[in-house]
Design a protein around this ligand. Structure first.
Ligand SMILES: N[C@@H](CCC(=O)N[C@@H](CS)C(=O)NCC(=O)O)C(=O)O
Length: 243
């Protein structure tokens, strides 16, 4: 099976390291301070359901190896047959293999101090992340099924979804969804808000807390470096060219 394998450094720069699965020789890395071993993700060449994972790992200074799968390769079915739910992304942390993007986010939240300070905060973070997933599902439906006919109605209804996050953040009043520290749910919401700013640049105009979150997260140096990197900018948000 032939995949493209990239290693993304802290700065968001990606290097082609190998094109033959089974012959994964890494080029000498120029940033020896990065935490090893790297995580590996296997996914299509889109931001899609991996945007939040990539942003979080960049912010946490973690290296990420990416195996890019073309639609042609996917349609052969061999890889799909090995995926627990028949879908990507696939995530590997040593010999732990995970599917489901939110399980991946939770795993990283647990391992990198982004899951609240106690179980109470963790439960609230879970709740908010499920809210992000609900909005992401609506967004994906719009993009893949209703873009040409449903965009206006989607944008009309969007404030009803966004105001729930705004109200919750106003109560927390720390600049994050829950507690005083960034959590995986913040990365997930941030990624989805970035998509919505592309969909409609004015979509956050009436949501100061959400606007602040986007500004604050975008200003984190490692996140900024990722967002500004050519490699990240050139990946399409979605697989059908709509955004
Ligand atoms: N609930 C899953 C959804 C995964 C999903 O929808 N994957 C899509 C790409 S984003 C996929 O693999 N599509 C190809 C297929 O279903 O054959 C998650 O959050 O990871």
């Amino acid at each position: 099976m032939t995949h493209l394998i990239f290693i993304r450094s802290n700065s968001g720069r990606r290097e082609l390291t190998s094109i033959q699965a089974g012959c994964r020789q890494r080029r000498q890395h120029t940033r020896p301070t990065l935490t090893m071993p790297p995580y590996t993700v296997t996914y299509f060449p889109v931001k899609g359901r991996l945007g939040a994972v990539k942003i979080m790992l960049a912010d946490k200074g973690q290296e990420l190896k990416e195996v890019l799968v073309s639609m042609e390769e996917w349609q052969k079915g061999d890889l799909k047959a090995t995926c627990v739910f028949g879908q990507l992304p696939k995530f590997e942390d040593g010999d732990l293999v995970l599917f489901q993007s939110n399980a991946i986010l939770r795993h990283l939240g647990r391992n990198h101090g982004a899951y609240g300070k106690d179980s109470r905060e963790a439960s609230l973070i879970d709740m908010m992340n499920d809210g992000v997933e609900d909005l992401r599902s609506k967004y994906i439906k719009l993009i893949y099924q209703e873009y040409d006919t449903g965009k206006q109605a989607y944008l009309k209804d969007l404030p009803n979804s966004l105001c729930k996050f705004e109200t919750f953040m106003a109560k927390t009043n720390s600049g994050f969804l829950v507690g005083k520290e960034v959590s995986f749910a913040d990365y997930n919401l941030f990624d989805l808000l970035l998509n919505h700013l592309v969909l409609c640049p004015k979509s956050l105009d009436n949501f100061p807390k959400l606007n602040d979150l986007v500004k604050k997260m975008s200003a984190q140096p490692k996140v900024r470096a990722l967002l500004d990197s050519e490699a990240f900018k050139k990946i399409p948000i979605n697989g059908n060219g709509k955004q």
